[in-house]
Ligand binder design. Structure first.
Ligand code: NAI
Ligand code: AKG
Length: 421
């Protein structure tokens, strides 16, 4: 995930999509570079009285279609390249789903697992103090990502409201329900991906009950396991950053989640679940119908793409498959449901949260699920149709779909566009 060429490699997908459309060069020129990336140093007081500083960024990649939107990641390996690439993907993800947003992303280079709860709160509040003039309900709206969660979003929204002197819940999504969060945001990333696979199951050759392997067992991975198991599918393998386990006749997902919630690692649970500990590479190569990368970027590369046995890869993570690996998978007939569509359930329910915060009226869970289902099926079907009609991969089709919308919006702004300064 520290590869300096991550954004260059992401841009390969833009160029590929552009080659299928009549796109003005001005449009590509605008989308090739991030609009602004701000770097700050956050200095916080540690519990022992010392001070420690952490690098932090917020990138607003493109705001043509609306305020920039995207999560904040706390990770020890975060880099500016990663943040800008994630913000590029957000720009296309919001366009695929036709959300009225541009793309943004943020990060702090920190391992939050080494901080106490009060240190984590000070760091989260320091992030908003530093970026208070960058974020805003009509400007740039953060949300959770890797190693951040509703509690952190709650502290951040609270800090922003204190700075502005008014309650501003719409500045951040993925908040606790008590602070204006939306029902259904917790499992939205997984649920959106699940709705997509279920909707296209016939076309993907996935009939009846399916077997699933999941890389990464956090927000996206755990909820996906739960949804898949509840529908009668077998979760045969899962991993976290410390190891992987496998059980051919299916893992007990409830026990797995209870064990993880109690602080254990996936591999620690092998014994009580009757599972076998396997290597990270072996997880990718297990016999299954659907492989779900739900961890980090660049996990499926030319080194391991040839070993994958799944029929379908559902990218709940952002950027888990490199462009070279994509080529190998396509040659092997493995369909990749791309991140900018497959994991868009999270930002879609974030959009619902923002709408509810602004209207001051909150929907019930059935309403959230119905709206998410409709949008995943509508945009998933549109991408499928482009893929079939043009004979391109689902990834290229998703980029074509998004680029069409971005291009129309860029042109609609005219020659002297208003872009918030
Ligand atoms: N949380 C959200 O709403 C959304 C998340 N995503 C993406 O989904 C992915 C996962 O995010 P979350 O579930 O939110 O993060 P999380 O912090 O809740 O969980 C991350 C999981 O990945 C595991 N992990 C880290 N390195 C690993 C490795 N090398 N091998 C296997 N597992 C590893 C961690 O142990 C943890 O279980 C990221 O790519 C994120 O950008 C995408 C859309 C929305
Ligand atoms: O919920 C959001 O606004 C953004 C989630 C996110 O960071 C992502 O989709 O990668």
């Amino acid at each position: 995930m520290t590869d300096d060429n991550l954004l260059d490699r992401a841009l390969v997908r833009l160029e590929d999509a552009a080659s299928h459309l009549k796109i003005d060069q001005d449009v590509l020129e605008k989308l090739k570079y991030p609009r602004e990336t701000t770097k700050m140093r956050l200095l916080i007081r540690m519990d022992d009285g010392s001070r420690k500083s952490f690098l932090a960024w917020r990138c607003r990649y493109d705001d043509t279609r609306g305020p920039t939107k995207g999560g904040i990641r706390f990770h020890p390996d975060s880099t500016i390249e990663e943040v800008e690439t994630l913000a590029f993907w957000m720009t296309f993800k919001c366009a695929v789903m036709n959300l009225p947003y541009g793309g943004g992303k943020g990060a702090v280079r920190v391992d939050p697992r080494t901080l106490s709860k009060s240190e984590l709160e000070r760091l989260s509040r320091a992030y908003i103090q530093a970026f208070a003039n960058i974020v805003g309900p009509n400007r740039d709206i953060p949300a959770p990502d890797v190693y951040t969660n509703a509690m952190i979003m709650g502290w951040m929204a609270d800090e922003y409201s204190q700075i502005k002197g008014e309650v501003s819940p719409a500045v951040i999504t993925g908040k606790p329900i008590a602070l204006g969060g939306s029902l259904g945001r917790n499992d939205a990333t997984a649920r959106g991906g699940y709705y997509l696979v279920r909707h296209l199951a016939g076309e993907l050759g996935l009939s009846g009950s399916r077997s699933v392997a999941i890389q990464g067992f956090g927000n996206a991975g755990q909820y996906f396991a739960q949804l898949a198991a509840a529908d009668g599918n077998k979760v045969v393998a899962v991993s976290d950053s410390n190891g992987a386990i496998f059980k051919a006749d299916g893992l007990d997902v409830d026990k797995l989640i209870a064990g993880k919630t109690s602080g254990k690692r996936v591999a620690d649970l092998a014994g009580e679940l009757g599972a076998q500990v396997i290597s990270a590479d072996a997880l990718l190569a297990v016999e299954c119908d659907v492989l779900v990368p739900a961890a980090l970027e660049d996990m499926i590369t030319p080194d391991n793409a040839g070993t994958i046995k799944a029929k379908v890869i559902l990218e709940l993570a952002n950027g888990p498959v490199t462009p070279d690996a994509d080529t190998i998978l396509a040659e092997r007939g493995i369909v990749v449901l791309p991140d900018i569509l497959a994991n868009a359930g999270g930002v879609t329910v974030s959009y619902f949260e923002w709408v509810q915060n602004r209207q001051g009226y909150y929907w019930d869970l059935e309403e959230i699920h119905a709206r998410l289902l409709k949008m995943m099926e509508r945009e998933g079907r549109a991408v499928w149709d482009i893929s079939r009609d043009r004979g391109v991969s689902m990834r290229t089709a998703a980029y074509i779909h998004a680029l069409g919308r971005l291009s129309t919006a860029i042109e609609a702004h005219g020659t002297q566009p208003f872009f918030a300064s």
